[in-house]
Design a protein around this ligand. Structure first.
Ligand SMILES: [Zn+2]
Length: 290
């Protein structure tokens, strides 16, 4: 069954239109040229064929050079900010370092997709180092992210930022509604999502017993949760040695900036053209497949 997130408005003909009427009229005009619900006029094989051959060749050394570059930048920023220790510098540092944490996340994301290299062990080791550093359980998130890609646009099966049914919405606790739907709280949703998944879903990215994972994936999840715990314990240890304020300034606030980047980007990924359909029930995904 196909559902539309928005209903189309009739075109307005009067000279003076309110902004919302203007937007509705524009949407109607757009939809005459583009129907987001229709299968595209190409197949996935066409897309693959259009990508130059050299783009398919993975180079582990080149991928590792990106990791080295980003790690050097992260370390240099932290050392410089700690040395300068000035309130004129800290906000700039937080913005820059938070963006670099986001860069580390993207490299770990690529490890999870196998686009980092063809070596599964290398992908796993680098992915764990990168994602554990920014408190992401590598395999837990990798597996749920795979589920997301396989079910993008499906209200029931997609992992994040999917519309929820009125029935589920009514059942949500007041606190969840507030945190999930009132800006700026959704910008800090990622750690909550890792712990509890999206509203209406159960399980956690940290628990092998979660319904997110198949039995053969339990070992992977345990490894990643252990790596996450080591990083978390290291942060607590550093807070004891250097003081919680110093850890907050060097790591904590950049971490929050990274979370905001992640939530902003993924929110925008899932809120595109207003006519883009969401599906539920049994639908044939992969209609692009050749
Ligand atoms: Zn992805």
């Amino acid at each position: 069954m196909q559902t539309r997130t928005q209903t189309q408005q009739p075109a307005m003909t009067t000279a003076r239109r309110r902004p919302d009427q203007e937007a509705a009229a524009k949407a109607t005009e757009d939809s005459q040229f583009f129907d987001a619900g229709k299968p595209p006029p190409f197949r996935i094989g066409d897309i693959r064929a259009a990508i130059p051959a050299h783009c398919w060749r993975k180079s582990p050394w080149r991928s590792l050079s990106y990791v080295a570059r980003d790690v050097v930048v992260v370390a240099a920023l932290a050392v410089a900010a700690a040395a300068l220790d000035s309130w004129a510098v800290w906000p700039l540092y937080w913005a820059a370092q938070g963006t670099m944490f986001w860069a580390l996340f993207v490299l770990g994301h690529d490890c999870g997709h196998g686009s980092f290299s063809d070596n599964g062990a290398l992908n796993s080791v680098v992915g764990h180092l990168l994602h554990s550093f920014i408190l992401v359980p590598y395999h837990g998130w990798r597996i749920s992210h795979r589920t997301h890609h396989q079910n993008h646009g499906h209200i029931e099966r997609d992992e994040s930022w999917h519309p929820i049914t009125e029935k589920v919405y009514r059942k949500l606790e007041q606190r969840t509604k507030k945190l999930r739907f009132t800006p700026p709280f959704p910008l800090l949703a990622f750690p909550v999502y890792l712990l509890y998944r999206s509203p209406g879903k159960s399980g956690s990215h940290f628990l092998p017993s979660s319904s997110l994972f198949s039995p053969k994936e339990h070992g992977d999840v345990v490894v990643s949760t252990t790596c996450w715990s080591i990083m978390f314990a290291s942060l607590l240890g550093m807070a004891c040695v250097f003081g919680p304020l110093q850890v907050l300034k060097i790591y904590g606030i950049p971490y929050l900036v990274f979370v905001m980047w992640l939530d902003l980007v993924t929110y925008l990924h899932h809120h595109g053209h207003q006519d883009l359909p969401w599906y539920r029930g049994e639908v044939l995904f992969g209609r692009l497949m050749a």
